[in-house]
Design a protein around this ligand. Structure first.
Ligand code: ADP
Ligand code: MG
Ligand code: MG
Length: 195
């Protein structure tokens, strides 16, 4: 299956950062009817800090690279998503001591997010993207259509976690903003050359 190096991690994260900045307003718009309208701004602040960190100090090892990404996200994103994305990258940092396999890395990330946030598949969160797509990566095949499907799938769900859960049934009919930003993370990954 697909494996990762420091250079393609940097390319992947730069691509993710570009997507978040490009779709910053859209992510905040998604967060408006079912949240507090800040997801795009939160994520843009985070990815810009990540880019600054990776530029100021190029990591020597994959584990350091994941740690730098995690620390920048934790310190700058805020909200519910900051600690959760931070946890995802910290878990990948830990796992990267043993493997560079993307399926294993993302399985560890997903488990960390679930443990930290208490969400499971079907709760209308980023877990609805992380879990099925970690599984696809483990099988060695991930396509954009599957990313779209996972993100779109959050539309019909009732939110059980985070701010959107305050709306109960009224959260139905809206995409989950964290699922959308997670979709960008996976799209950026499969667009990265050489993985
Ligand atoms: P906040 O809701 O604190 O303003 P953000 O708007 O940045 O934070 O992020 C909201 C996103 O975080 C949601 O769309 C959802 O995907 C994700 N999220 C919130 N709570 C949880 C949770 N407990 N587990 C997993 N993901 C969560
Ligand atoms: Mg929000
Ligand atoms: Mg907020």
């Amino acid at each position: 299956t697909m494996a990762l190096t420091v250079d393609n991690l940097i390319e992947w994260i730069n691509n993710f950062s570009q997507k978040v900045n490009e779709h910053k307003d859209y992510l905040s718009e998604l967060d408006t009817p079912i949240g507090d309208g800040d997801h795009g701004n939160n994520m843009a602040r985070g990815v810009n800090a990540v880019q600054e960190s990776l530029t100021n100090k190029k990591p020597a090892e994959l584990t350091d690279a994941f740690k730098q990404v995690a620390m920048a996200l934790i310190s700058k994103v805020g909200g519910a998503s900051g600690p959760l994305y931070g946890t995802a990258f910290l878990e990948m940092a830990k796992k990267s001591k043993d493997t560079t396999d993307l399926g294993e890395l993302f399985t560890a990330a997903n488990e960390g997010v679930k443990k930290r946030g208490g969400a499971k598949v079907g709760d209308k969160t980023m877990v609805d993207v992380f879990e099925p797509l970690a599984e696809k990566l483990t099988q060695g095949l991930l396509e954009q259509s599957e990313i779209d499907e996972a993100v779109e799938g959050t539309k019909d769900l009732v939110a059980k976690k985070g701010r959107a859960s305050y709306l109960g049934e009224r959260s139905v009919g809206h995409l989950d903003p964290g699922a959308m930003s997670s979709g960008y993370l996976f799209s950026a990954l499969i667009e990265t050359e050489g993985i």
